[in-house]
Design a protein around this ligand. Structure first.
Ligand SMILES: Cc1cc2nc3c(=O)[nH]c(=O)nc-3n(C[C@H](O)[C@H](O)[C@H](O)COP(=O)(O)OP(=O)(O)OC[C@H]3O[C@@H](n4cnc5c(N)ncnc54)[C@H](O)[C@@H]3O)c2cc1C
Length: 468
């Protein structure tokens, strides 16, 4: 990064990873400017406040952020407890965003709509590396302004662009027109959104954690509102992988979730439709008809789309990016997380080198760096931004020395019903970049080649859309 310009570094998104990036920039004496589209920091997690994380507090907080917080007299939560999304905000992210060092550099209600090199479109190469960036932002006051910055860290997540309900990656015919019958990806059916679900026919679509959580909450709602009908559509031939490892699961919270869901389906409380690839959605006078490729139809009142997310790449159209053609993650990271091959969803620790693009000093980090893969972990994101900020500061040694300590990999289900209950090397340390295949953990569940298994997946879904 050309520090002679003494321009700020733009951070897009004030989620956990964007705020952590800001903390690392401050620690290195650099100037962050954080643009957050929502009305407050962590606006995306605000949509799933009612969902419990399955990684404990100690993996959900960033070291540089903690150093800032601890200096302010903040009280740390119990490291082993599992927070709800709401607690992650109230006890960690909101206090972090409120620290004067962060708050004074955080612009909420500020949506980034484009990033480019100042005065250069994508086709111009001359002086590209030394030209500042222009970040175009729609601000809450209704004005659109261009901000000049030295570097850009895109931590805008993927929450705002869910995968469509239709097969083939496209919206089902009629999906857009029926938008008012389709809920958000993780509705709070027992709280905030109860009225839209109580006593109604609900179709949950998808085979990941979001689907499991929503189905279980709907079953609880149905106990109090017995007219509630719960249907569940998955594209695959069975829901086995959503049920996970049960009592044997390396993550007890995840195992319990899957076990409960299985019992609800077996008891007939949830009507499961397998092999249901959605081709059409037709709004009716009352409710909506959801059609499958094979001609089946389900009539429902509301559809819950637990179909996973994809990155919004439109705002990056004028930048030179190097993305994996399948996963839409940075090129070298893609093969390490591709859910077609890695149902365990594990990935070696990685940093600036692996995340770099042809446009120097631009990085995609956090959930968005995983593109369409559903397996991102906060701890991974915190290590990404530590390394990226070190690279921007010119500290290449720190940038290239990537550390990550995560718990042992638990059982992860696959279509074949195999498991990857393989202990991870404790406190693994590696240089940035892929761990060589020779160090692969033998006997992993994802076939070969298999990266070293460190950590665990956030989703149980194997397919990119999280629904097969
Ligand atoms: C239900 C659920 C449970 C999860 N559980 C775990 C878990 O147990 N452990 C774990 O490690 N991970 C978990 N994850 C995965 C992941 O850690 C979280 O999704 C996490 O929120 C990702 O952080 P982030 O900062 O990358 O993105 P986000 O939290 O999505 O933050 C991105 C921010 O950018 C803002 N934004 C978006 N677009 C723009 C724009 N154009 N301009 C400006 N701002 C913008 C958004 O409003 C948002 O505030 C879970 C995810 C989900 C959905």
């Amino acid at each position: 990064m050309d520090s002679s310009k003494s321009l700020p570094v733009a951070v897009i998104g004030a989620g956990p990873v964007g705020l952590a990036a800001a903390a690392h920039l401050l620690e290195r004496g650099m100037e962050p400017v954080i643009f957050e589209a929502g009305p407050t920091a962590a606006a995306a997690i605000g949509q799933w406040r009612h969902i419990r994380l399955f990684s404990p507090w100690r993996f959900n907080m960033d070291a540089a952020a903690l150093r800032l917080l601890e200096a302010s007299g903040w009280e740390s939560p119990r490291p082993t407890a599992l927070p709800y999304g709401g607690e992650l905000i109230d006890r960690y992210l909101a206090p972090l965003a409120a620290l004067p060092q962060i708050a004074s550099r955080l612009q909420t209600g500020s949506r980034v709509v484009a990033v480019t090199r100042q005065g250069l479109d994508k086709t111009h190469v001359k002086d590209r590396d030394t030209t500042s960036f222009t970040v175009r932002v729609e601000h809450a006051d209704g004005e659109t302004r261009d901000h000049t910055v030295a570097a850009v860290i895109d931590a805008s997540g993927t929450w705002s662009s869910r995968n469509p309900l239709g097969t083939s990656g496209l919206p089902a015919i009629g999906e857009d027109a029926a938008a008012d019958r389709i809920s958000t990806a993780l509705p709070d059916v027992l709280g905030r959104d109860r009225a839209s679900f109580a006593g109604r026919r609900v179709l949950v679509v998808g085979a990941g954690h979001s689907a499991a959580n929503t189905l279980i909450n709907l079953a609880d709602l149905a106990k109090e509102e017995p007219d509630t009908v719960i249907m569940w559509a998955v594209r695959g031939a069975s829901a086995a992988k959503v049920y996970g490892g049960g009592d044997l699961d390396g993550l007890p919270a995840r195992g319990q979730l899957g076990g409960r869901l299985r019992r609800l389906v077996e008891a007939g409380k949830i009507e499961l439709h397998t092999g249901f690839g959605i081709s059409s959605i037709k709004a009716l006078d009352s409710g909506v008809a959801v059609g499958a490729v094979d001609g089946r139809t389900l009539d429902t009142d509301v559809v819950v789309p637990c179909t996973g997310f994809r990155p919004d790449l439109d705002i990056l159209r004028e930048l030179r990016l190097n993305l994996d053609p399948a996963v839409e993650a940075p090129l070298e990271l893609g093969p390490l997380i591709d859910p077609e091959f890695h149902s365990c969803g594990t990935v070696p620790p990685h940093g600036a080198k692996l995340l770099a693009h042809p446009d120097k000093d631009f990085y995609i980090v956090g959930m968005k760096s995983y593109g369409r893969a559903p397996t991102f972990l906060l701890a991974t994101g915190y290590e990404q931004v530590r390394s990226v900020v070190a690279a921007l500061a010119g500290d290449h040694e720190a940038a290239d020395t990537v550390h990550l300590e995560l718990p042992e990999t638990g059982v992860c289900s696959s279509d074949a019903g195999t498991s990857c209950d393989v202990p991870a090397p404790a406190g693994m340390t590696t240089a940035a970049g892929a761990v060589p295949p020779s160090s692969s953990t033998a006997g992993g569940c994802c076939g070969t080649p298999e990266p070293v298994l460190v950590g665990y997946p956030t989703g149980l879904a194997r397919g990119r859309a999280g629904i097969n």
